[in-house]
Design a protein around this ligand. Structure first.
Ligand code: NDP
Length: 433
């Protein structure tokens, strides 16, 4: 904690994981201590921090800070997204990279953990400015990544357009046509169902958890935050499985649609027009628009936070419980604060942490890597079926791990324990490196 006192998000993520690993560590304390497993696991393999210079539309040079944290490659090449958002700093990228190691382990696929990004703000930038930034970013980062070394993907602010510009520049510099990035466009090596994967996967695992507890999504009211890649496809799949999502939000406001969110309208506003949610209510007269934050005050059975970190705090958790919400499954990374998580769990709310619940995105990225290595493309149905299978297995494994260590029903502990054991076994097998 002292060494990283200037990195609150990183400390928050590590604290949550270490707390829940207590029963595992206590069982074989000597072994873990001798090999300094926890010390090695909480120290990234390396952090790359670099200048990203680019020229805006007025001819003015701009400088942003770029990062890549290669956290742990014990079980496979580093893998994790790139985030473009003004809030990005080393603490946020480290927390995301740390969480990614456990998430990737949970997928059952051979991928290590990493994360990257920049404090560049894509909002309001022209297409040319986005291209200029992406090309400059990869002109430095290309030295450290590769199909068998480190395979970045999208995250907040990085979708198919940005991945396209980065891939083009990587290919131009290296001359290699390889699966160095995932989330690519379908015409140059992308995977069908990758766009939908995180949101669909979130709903598949939520469904599996509810079934295991004798419940289902059918007829349930769902509150969703966010209106980006994860939120849109979580809403789409929740509707397909019989639930009724009634909210969405962005950084400035939120909508409540009593008739259920219309996915086509939401996609048009966010994916096509790239506009604010005020546009949503223009097409849906029964819906309400509110400025600021507020989705957690809406009465619901299930909550799916799909926007960003720490968006659901203790007060929100209290409002959810008071309104009868019985399940919270995280589509975003660490959207629920530690106090809120504890409150929800203490009050009997089924709680699935992001590292399990949103692992469908990275799992499908790993399936994209497999397709690139084979130089083949699988059908949507093939990828979707594999995704569903992976999500069901993640739930079963974390549920079993929780039970094995006396933590039945504590899915946070189960996810951390199941993710940890595999990475730890590989690290022990490799000796002190
Ligand atoms: P997008 O950029 O597509 O969407 C993010 C959404 O959240 C946008 O609607 C954005 O609003 C909103 N948002 C961002 N910050 C805030 C805030 N402070 N308050 C309210 N709303 C906010 O990102 P993704 O959907 O890809 O990612 C969402 C989360 O899911 C992140 O935590 C990400 O790390 C995680 N995740 C994503 C995966 C993926 O495959 N995409 C995989 C696993 C995890 P606005 O439109 O105003 O920017």
């Amino acid at each position: 904690k002292e060494k990283n006192s200037h990195e609150p998000e990183f400390i928050q993520a590590v604290t949550e994981v270490l707390e829940s690993l207590r029963p595992v560590i206590e069982k074989e304390e000597e072994k873990y201590r001798r090999d300094a497993i926890l010390e090695r696991m909480t120290e990234p393999d390396r952090i790359i921090s670099f200048r990203v210079p680019w020229v805006d539309d007025k001819g003015q040079a701009q400088v942003n800070r770029g990062f890549r944290v290669q956290f742990n490659n014990a079980i496979g090449p580093y893998k994790g997204g790139l985030r473009l958002h003004p809030s990005v700093n080393q603490s946020i990228i480290k927390f995301l990279g740390f969480e990614q190691c456990f998430k990737n382990s949970l997928t059952g696929l051979p991928i290590g953990g990493g994360k990257g990004g920049s404090d560049f703000d894509p909002k309001g930038k022209s297409d040319r400015e986005i291209m200029a930034f992406c090309k400059s970013f990869i002109t430095e980062l290309y030295k450290y990544i590769g199909a068998d070394e480190d395979v970045p993907a999208g995250d907040i602010g990085v979708g198919a357009r940005e991945i396209g510009y980065m891939y083009g520049q990587y290919k131009r510099i290296t001359g290699l046509y390889e699966g160095v990035l995932t989330g690519k466009g379908l015409s140059y090596g992308g995977s069908l169902a990758r766009k939908e994967a995180t949101g669909y996967g979130l709903v598949y695992i939520t469904d599996e958890m509810l079934r295991a507890n004798g419940k289902s999504l059918e007829g349930k009211t769902v509150v969703v935050s966010g209106s980006g890649n994860v939120a849109i496809y979580a809403i789409e799949k929740a509707i397909a499985l019989g639930a009724k999502p009634v909210t969405a939000c962005d950084s400035t406001g939120w909508v409540y649609d009593p008739d259920g969110i219309d996915v086509a309208v939401l996609q048009d506003v966010k994916e096509v027009k790239r506009a604010r949610l005020t546009e949503y209510v223009k097409a849906r007269p029964n819906a309400e628009y509110h400025e600021g934050k507020g989705v957690w005050s809406v009465k619901c059975d299930i909550a799916l936070p799909c926007a960003t970190q720490n968006e659901l705090d203790l007060e929100d958790a209290k409002a959810l419980v008071a309104n009868g919400c019985f399940a919270v499954c995280e589509g975003a990374n660490m959207p629920t604060t530690l106090e809120a998580t504890e409150y929800l769990q203490k009050n009997g709310v089924y709680f699935l942490p992001g590292k399990a619940a949103n692992a469908g995105g990275v799992a499908t990225s790993a399936l994209e890597m497999s397709q690139n290595s084979e130089r083949l493309s699988w059908t949507f149905e093939e990828v979707d079926a594999k995704l569903k299978n992976i999500m069901v297995n993640i739930f079963r494994n974390l549920d079993a791990a929780a039970k094995a260590y006396g933590k039945e029903g504590d899915y946070v502990a189960g996810a951390n324990i199941a993710g940890f054991i595999k990475v730890c076994d590989a690290m022990l097998a490799h000796g002190i490196v």
